[in-house]
Write a protein that binds this ligand. Structure first.
Ligand code: AMP
Ligand code: MG
Length: 320
C-alpha cells in the first residue's frame, strides 16, 4: 500500500498489524496518534524511529477501561479516579505509577505512566479488540505540528507507517490535558483539551506546571515542539512591524482592516474558543505550506478556558 491507500476503516486489519508488532496511526478527539503495542519494546521502538522522537520524551498509553488501567499500574489514587470518572473517555491524561508490564521505553525510564481513554468510536473498538493497550504519541515528525486529520498523517509519515485507522477529523484539536497528584496536590503538567476551569470545578484549585523545557516530569515540553516557520505571537492589534507580501496573519475572530484578506486566516468567526482550538493546527499547517509566506503573525486568543491551552501552543510555536 502507498500514500492515501493506507487510510482505511478496517478495525480487524489494524488490530492484526498491531498484534504483529506493526505501527498504526489512530484517530482520537485530540490529534491523530501513532500507536504501538504498549507492552512490546520492539513495537514502541518503531514509533520513536518513525517520529524521530528523542527517547527522553515519554508516550501516552491509550486504553479502553479503568479495569485495563488497573492491570498495568500499581495504584490508581481515588483523587485521580475522580477525574477519570468525570472526563473519560475524553482529552484528559492521568499520571499513574506503572507496574512492570509497561517497558521503560514507554515512560523514558520514569516510574509513572501517562494514561488516557480516548473518545473516538473506532479507536475504542480497536482498543477493546486488543489484549494490550496502545502507546501513542502524536502522529507527526518530532517538532512539527500535530495532525488533526488522516491526510495530515499520510503527508508526513505515509512511508513510515503501516496503516491509518481513520475516524473523522480530531474535533478537539489540542492535545490532552495532563494531570497528576503528588503530595496532596493536583498538578497540571500540560494545558489541553479539558480546560483548567473544568478540572477545578471537580477537584478545586490545581497547580499549573506547564512550560519548563527542562522540567524532567514533562520531558516533551520542548520549547520548539510546535514551531512551523518564522512565527511571531502578539496581543490583539499590537503588531507594529512593517507589513509586506511575505507576512501572513493568523487571527482569532476578526481580520485586520488594512491587510489584504488572502493573507489572513481566522480561527473562529463566532469568537468560539472550542472552534478556534479545533482549527488551530490545521490553520498553522495551511500557512506553513504557502511558499511565499515567510513570517506568520499570530494573535493571542482570550486567555480563559481552552484559550489557555491555545496560547500555550502559540507561545511554543514562536519560541526558537
Ligand atoms: P504527546 O503524546 O506527543 O502528546 O506527548 C506526550 C507527553 O506526555 C510527553 O511529551 C510528556 O510531556 C507527557 N508525559 C508522558 N509521560 C509522562 C509522565 N510519566 N509524567 C509526566 N508527563 C508525562
Ligand atoms: Mg506531540
Amino acid at each position: 500500500m502507498k500514500g492515501i491507500d493506507k487510510i482505511g476503516t478496517d478495525v480487524a486489519f489494524a488490530a492484526q498489524l498491531l498484534e504483529e508488532d506493526g505501527i498504526v496511526a489512530i484517530a482520537t478527539e485530540t490529534v491523530y496518534g501513532l500507536a504501538a503495542n504498549a507492552y512490546s519494546e520492539s513495537s514502541v521502538m518503531k514509533v520513536f524511529e518513525a517520529k524521530q522522537r528523542p527517547s527522553f520524551d515519554p508516550l501516552i498509553v491509550h486504553t479502553h477501561s479503568i479495569e485495563q488501567v488497573e492491570s498495568f499500574t500499581s495504584e490508581f489514587p481515588a483523587e485521580l479516579k475522580k477525574l477519570a470518572n468525570a472526563f473519560w473517555p475524553g482529552p484528559l491524561t492521568l499520571i499513574l505509577p506503572k507496574n512492570n508490564k509497561i517497558p521503560n521505553i514507554v515512560t523514558s525510564g520514569l516510574k509513572t505512566v501517562a494514561v488516557r481513554i480516548p473518545r473516538k468510536t473506532r479507536t475504542l473498538e480497536l482498543l477493546k479488540k486488543l489484549p494490550f493497550p496502545l502507546a501513542a504519541p502524536s502522529a507527526n515528525p518530532f517538532g512539527y505540528i500535530s495532525p488533526t486529520t488522516a491526510q495530515h498523517v499520510i503527508k508526513q509519515l505515509g512511508d513510515k507507517i503501516d496503516y491509518v485507522l481513520e475516524d473523522g477529523d480530531a474535533e478537539v484539536g489540542l492535545e490532552s490535558t495532563i494531570v497528576g497528584y503528588e503530595d496532596g496536590q493536583y498538578i497540571v503538567y500540560r494545558a489541553g483539551g479539558i480546560s483548567i476551569e473544568e478540572i477545578e470545578a471537580i477537584v478545586g484549585p490545581v497547580l499549573l506546571k506547564n512550560h519548563s523545557s527542562s522540567n524532567p516530569k514533562a520531558p516533551g515540553m520542548l520549547a520548539s515542539h510546535y514551531a512551523p516557520k518564522d512565527v511571531r505571537v502578539v496581543h490583539a492589534e499590537e503588531f507594529d512591524g512593517e507589513d509586506d507580501e511575505s507576512i501572513y496573519y493568523l487571527r482569532f475572530d476578526k481580520k485586520l482592516k488594512n491587510i489584504p484578506g488572502h493573507r489572513q486566516v481566522i480561527l473562529s468567526k463566532s469568537s468560539d474558543l472550542t472552534v478556534a482550538a479545533r482549527n488551530l493546527f490545521a490553520s498553522l499547517r495551511q500557512l506553513d505550506e504557502i511558499p511565499s509566506c515567510k513570517t506568520i503573525v499570530i494573535e493571542y486568543v482570550p486567555n480563559k478556558g481552552l484559550g489557555k491551552a491555545i496560547n500555550d501552543r502559540l507561545k511554543r510555536a514562536s519560541a526558537h
